[in-house]
Design a protein around this ligand. Structure first.
Ligand code: FSO
Ligand code: SF4
Length: 541
């Protein structure tokens, strides 16, 4: 195996023996083969698209296949094998309708399960010899993986955009080319950012269209007396159906990690048995799932495979693109009918209520509509000097010790600054007593990582209000934490919007070669982080 797609890549270069995330070499290899099949399907479907007859089954296969390979989304080898088999069958169907003069191996290869392992070892990241071409191809690849996740959530809410399907498959077809140049790939990287904005805007429209605009909300972090189900990941449709099916059953629902922002949506917070948010960011699950006592539902990443002795092993359920050997997988919707959560609900009834690990409330819901509703107050605070600067600290949290930087950074920021956040990065500072400025909380949480879109909307609005030419003239500093591929698409989207001098930490991606890093530094002023004191001094200078 070789994988370097996330921030925790072993030794900062790549995982080769097994994943720091818990991915075994067998699962890693099958994911490589799945991506190989995804590329073949994309190449064929692009041909069909040119003829005006793209396959919607292929569209779905592509975004779903990409999503399954995102960091810590799916550890279930058999589920990945089944996906490969369905992709091979689909590819054969598409091939019948297409005549390609020189089809790549991605299109022509076929094999049975006994041949998967051997083939998988030849189709991974290292198939590209040139490190810059490899780096750029993977940068695009990870960007469209993140995009695929957002597209899937929107699709679950009956929201689809043919342009996004076309772009993802175009990008995959380009990555499949052996003769693509570095310049072509750089252009494709920037284009990926453009479609990243479209994907995030689409998901924002889907979420707000179904559940209303996020609004200023207090979220309970304590527990109630009923047994509960803990729901993690990003898929709001799954949460909605779970809430509908648990209503009146005596089973409460709690959010974990990236599901916290569900509490900000009027159409979700209205459920009285959506009791609160339990715990912190994804990587704390090993302790928090123990004390939660009830079953846990993963709707997407971030799964940490439980240790042998974990008491919650049999309490894990997955659905959608997520998967874990030994966990119960709740099947997809059929013909638009809701998923069947009866097994997890029955399971919850046999469990003890959660053990309280903290109490109190956290505040959030500052997506674009809420912030724009407060725009006058915010603008006055900037004009009067009460707010000197905004710090965008969106992104992901992770296990690395060095991430304590973000807690310390938030603590040491001057009291006249405001943090704008989205994604699970917020757990590094969202329970600190950072106070407010004239009633405006000093940490404004827009929501999930995809709600970084809201932060961009807010920035563009401020640019308009202050009549600035350039988004970079705003008093906004970008100090972003990344972990997996959704952060890659957020980053590329920000670059597309013209944001410069983004700081990325706690370490720069292993998949950026020195030359590609140089391009990003020279054209966009991207930088890493150093010490909190040095960085704050530099940012405020
Ligand atoms: Fe975090 Fe995980 Fe949302 Fe990511 S829970 S790390 S960027 O999946 O997607 O922020
Ligand atoms: Fe390693 Fe990250 Fe890949 Fe997992 S996803 S194998 S931790 S680089």
């Amino acid at each position: 195996m070789f994988c370097f797609q996330c921030q925790e890549a072993s030794k900062g270069t790549g995982c080769t023996l097994s994943g720091v995330c818990g991915k075994t070499p067998e699962v890693a290899n099958m994911q490589d083969l799945l991506l190989f099949v995804v590329r073949g399907v994309a190449v064929y479907n692009q041909e069909l698209r040119k003829a005006g007859t793209p396959s919607s089954e292929a569209d779905k296969f592509v975004f779903d296949g990409l999503f399954m390979t995102i960091t810590n989304a799916n550890f279930d080898k058999q589920a990945i094998i089944e996906k490969i088999k369905s992709g091979l069958a689909l590819k054969k169907e598409l091939a019948k309708q297409v005549s390609l003069p020189n089809p790549p191996d991605e299109c022509t290869w076929d094999g049975n399960e006994s041949e998967f392992e051997e083939k998988s070892k030849t189709v991974g990241v290292l198939r590209n010899q040139d490190e810059d071409i490899r780096s750029l191809k993977e940068l695009v690849h990870y960007g469209i993986k993140g995009m695929a996740a957002y597209v899937e959530h929107a699709w679950n809410l009956d929201n689809e955009n043919a342009d996004l399907f076309a772009f993802m498959q175009h990008a995959l077809a380009e990555i499949t080319r052996n003769d693509i140049s570095a310049n072509e790939l750089i252009a494709l990287t920037l284009e990926t950012g453009k479609y990243g904005v479209t994907a995030m805007a689409q998901l924002d429209a889907a979420n707000t269209g179904h559940y209303g605009n996020p609004e200023l909300s207090e979220v309970n972090i304590g527990v109630g007396k009923n047994p509960g189900i803990l729901i993690s990941g990003h898929d709001l449709k799954d949460l909605e159906e779970l809430l509908q099916q648990t209503e009146g059953t005596g089973v409460d629902v709690y959010t974990h990690s990236e599901m916290l922002p569900a509490h900000y949506y009027p159409e979700l917070k209205k459920y009285k048995h959506l009791v609160g948010n339990y715990g912190n960011a994804w990587w704390k699950q090993k302790e928090e799932f123990e004390t939660f006592n009830g079953p846990v539902l993963f709707t997407t990443n971030c799964i940490v495979p439980p240790t042998k002795n974990a008491t919650y092993k049999d309490r894990i359920y997955t659905t959608g693109a997520s998967g874990l050997e030994g966990a119960t997988h709740i099947p997809a919707r059929v013909n638009g009918q809701p998923k069947d959560f009866s097994a997890i609900i029955a399971h919850a009834k046999t469990c003890q209520p959660p053990t309280e690990i903290e109490s109190g409330k956290i505040v959030g819901g500052f997506a674009h509509a809420q912030v724009l509703a407060l725009a006058d107050k915010v603008v006055d605070a900037v004009k009067s000097g009460a707010i000197s600067k905004f710090f965008v600290m969106a992104g992901c949290d992770g296990r690395m010790k060095s991430r304590s930087y973000y807690t310390e950074f938030a603590e040491k920021l001057p009291k006249d600054t405001v943090i704008l956040t989205a994604g699970c990065a917020k757990y590094r500072y969202n329970k600190l007593p950072l106070g407010d400025i004239n009633g405006i909380p000093r940490v404004l949480d827009a929501g999930q990582c995809n709600d970084s879109y809201s932060l961009a909307v807010i920035a563009m609005k401020l640019k308009e209000v202050f009549e600035l030419e350039d988004i970079n003239d705003l008093p906004i500093i970008y100090n972003i934490a990344w972990y997996e591929q959704k952060a890659v698409i957020v980053l590329l989207a920000l670059l597309h919007l013209g944001v410069k001098k983004i700081h990325l930490g706690p370490t720069l991606p292993a998949f950026l070669s020195p030359n590609v890093t140089k391009v990003l530094v020279e054209n966009f002023g991207i930088g890493g982080i150093s010490s909190v004191d040095e960085d704050i001094a530099a940012f405020l200078a």
